[in-house]
Design a protein around this ligand. Structure first.
Ligand code: DX5
Ligand code: ZN
Length: 223
């Protein structure tokens, strides 16, 4: 971690909810509204039921903004592709624990590429599965929907897990960012912050918001 952003709340707008016909413009808007991260959902149609986009799109939008590219890989065998995602402009690469055989090796691989390493867990994956990787991670992503689609309802039942993981991070790796993703809006975002999240992904709620700068402020408000 090279900066002090880990101690404040950060909004990461998910471009999955953007209008792809004017993607560059939409990202510029997110940038100007004050979002520090851009959340980029890569789906392969195998790990999740849908397909989104890949490296060529990321490479193209890299020209539009210098904001942190928070790449969320919802793909099987992520180790096959991390090098290419780093090369096309990812700053942070988050893989799913459920999608890889050797998470420890993958974390090392991501670090060796000069990126921050994140690990995501699906709603049913228990805390115990995460514990042994915690001290090596830059970010832990707790899904608050089943991964695969934008616009789903927030799973409030993940708040207990989030709070427990926050406590575990405080003990083992206080600099580890704790991210939430799925169904986050102004109301559910407040719940997430109270439970310990400090990076909040929002797709639909962000791109629907008329006043995007106000939305960023609301999401990043201190608890
Ligand atoms: C879901 C994706 C999310 C999604 C969030 O699998 O990982 O990042 O884009 O979208 P909303 O905020 O609409 O739930
Ligand atoms: Zn995501």
């Amino acid at each position: 971690m090279s900066d002090s952003t880990e101690y404040k709340n950060i909004l990461s707008p998910s471009i999955l909810a953007a209008d792809f016909s004017i993607l560059g413009e939409q990202i510029r808007k997110a940038d100007e509204a004050g979002a520090e991260y851009i959340h980029i959902d890569v789906m392969d149609g195998v790990f999740v039921p849908s397909i989104s986009f890949g490296m060529p799109v990321i490479e193209t939008i890299r020209k539009v903004t210098d904001k942190t590219f928070d790449v969320h890989l919802m793909i099987v065998e992520p180790e096959r592709f991390v090098k290419e995602f780093a090369a096309c402009g990812a700053d942070s690469i988050t893989f799913h624990l459920e999608a890889t055989e050797d998470a420890e090796e993958l974390i090392e691989q991501i670090h060796a590429l000069g990126c921050r390493a994140g690990m995501a867990v699906k709603p049913k994956t228990p805390i115990e599965a995460v514990r042994k990787y915690l001290d090596k991670l830059d970010m832990l992503l707790v899904m608050t929907v089943e991964p695969g689609f934008g616009g789903q309802s927030f799973m409030e039942n993940q708040m207990e897990k989030l709070a427990a993981l926050r406590a575990l991070c405080a003990e083992r790796n206080p600099e580890c960012l704790l991210e939430v993703d799925g169904g986050v809006n102004a109301q559910t975002g407040a719940l997430c912050r109270q439970s310990g999240a400090n990076v909040l992904v929002a797709g639909s709620a962000f791109f629907k918001a008329k006043d995007k700068a106000a939305f960023v402020k609301e999401i990043e408000a201190a608890v």
